[in-house]
Design a protein around this ligand. Structure first.
Ligand code: NAI
Ligand code: MG
Length: 345
């Protein structure tokens, strides 16, 4: 069996960190099957050159892969005619309905428990991100509206994903994030659907999981004051997006936080950071988030030994503190940090 991995660096520092992630997987030797990497195109730079941000060949090639690694895309904040974000499109086309983001502080010693150790599980396909926006002129100026879609099916399946992840963790706790006190219909359905997951599991599979809930605004407040109260947080798309970036701030740098986009038959690793145009091309991007995303992807596929070897190596490099990129106060280059990780793998 060959493990076929699609590589989509896309834009900016994606070109610098995805090769690092690839080399970490290659360093695993016999802990992974024979590897085949497939280089694929997407991104805003590609759009600027060719008029398409996500070529159909890329999507087709991905369907032949077992998994993929995505770098980052430089999506502009203004509307650009003909452009829409390839990462958002990929999540839809490959039905990667869960965005899973573990946020873990590295403890001072391997024995000590980290102060922040949580996972944000974000619904990845609906909510306001269905992008059904309209704008109309009125007597008092323009009026813009957006559809916020919440379905029972998508809420249940993201709920199930959250419960499955909780089962694998020592604390086994799921916190449902919502604003059902104000949005009682949409967020009410989300909350109720997630709550129905343990009830509907016929074999009592989730009986050991503790279920809590928290209104989104107070969840952010408590996240900053007492992050240790959280284990698995499950949220609709927009709240999950914001919450997971906020959680990332708890561990120092965006350059450390990995994620996967997961569905029932495909998984795509993706560092949480963007294309970082301010440092792109300088060789100083932190490769650790991308490397950890590779580990997370392998873990999801069941290659747990390989995944832990990568994670352990990354933890050691951070704890050691001598070879780090400038975002973590160091002086080293992407290449040097990558080599340090490879040495320890
Ligand atoms: P960003 O994450 O690219 O950068 C924010 C800050 O963090 C910058 O100062 C950057 O230098 C730093 N940073 C990020 N990753 C780093 C790394 N690995 N090592 C060292 N420093 C790092 O977010 P920003 O600047 O808001 O967005 C830039 C572009 O990226 C935009 O076009 C945005 O649309 C896009 N973006 C794409 C994402 C994706 O592909 N999923 C996610 C977030 C932003
Ligand atoms: Mg985000």
């Amino acid at each position: 069996h060959t493990l076929k991995i699609g590589l989509i660096p896309a834009d900016g520092i994606g070109h610098e960190v995805i090769p690092a992630a690839r080399s970490a997987i290659e360093a695993l030797g016999s802990d992974v099957p024979k590897l085949q990497f497939v280089d694929l195109l997407a991104g805003f730079e590609l759009f600027a050159r060719s008029g398409t941000a996500l070529p159909e060949e890329t999507v087709e090639a991905l369907r032949e892969c077992d998994c993929a690694l995505f770098g980052a895309v430089s999506s502009p904040s203004r509307k650009v005619s003909g452009y829409s974000s390839p990462i958002v499109a990929l999540r839809k086309k490959l039905d990667l309905y869960a965005n899973i983001r573990p946020v873990l502080a590295v403890a001072p010693t391997p024995e000590e428990r980290p102060s922040v150790d949580l996972v944000v599980v974000r619904e990845n396909t609906e909510c306001l991100y269905v992008k059904e926006e309209t704008i109309i002129p009125t007597e008092n100026g323009r009026e813009a509206r957006a559809i916020r879609l919440i379905t029972e099916r998508a809420s249940r399946r993201i709920g199930k994903m959250a419960f499955e992840i909780a089962l694998q963790r020592p604390r086994k706790q799921v916190t449902i994030i919502h604003k059902a006190n104000v949005l009682s219909v949409t967020d009410g359905l989300f909350r109720e659907s997630v709550r129905s997951v343990p009830r509907l599991a016929e074999d009592g599979r989730y009986d050991s999981v503790k279920v809590e809930e928290q209104i989104v605004d107070s969840a952010v407040y408590r996240l900053f004051r007492e992050p240790q109260i959280y284990d698995v947080m499950v949220a609709p798309n927009l709240y999950g997006d914001i919450l997971s970036d906020a959680a990332a701030a708890l561990v120092g740098s965006l350059g450390l936080v990995p994620s996967i986009n997961a569905g029932d038959s495909f998984v795509m690793g993706e560092p949480v950071h963007g294309s970082a145009p301010d440092i792109a091309g300088k060789g100083i991007a932190n490769p650790l988030a991308a490397i950890r995303s590779a580990a997370l992807m392998l873990k999801y596929l069941g290659y747990t030994t390989g995944a832990s070897r990568i994670d352990k190596a990354v933890d050691e490099v951070i704890r050691d503190g001598r070879v780090l990129t400038p975002d973590l106060g160091g002086k080293s280059k992407t290449q040097e940090v990558t080599e340090e990780v490879l040495k320890r793998i």
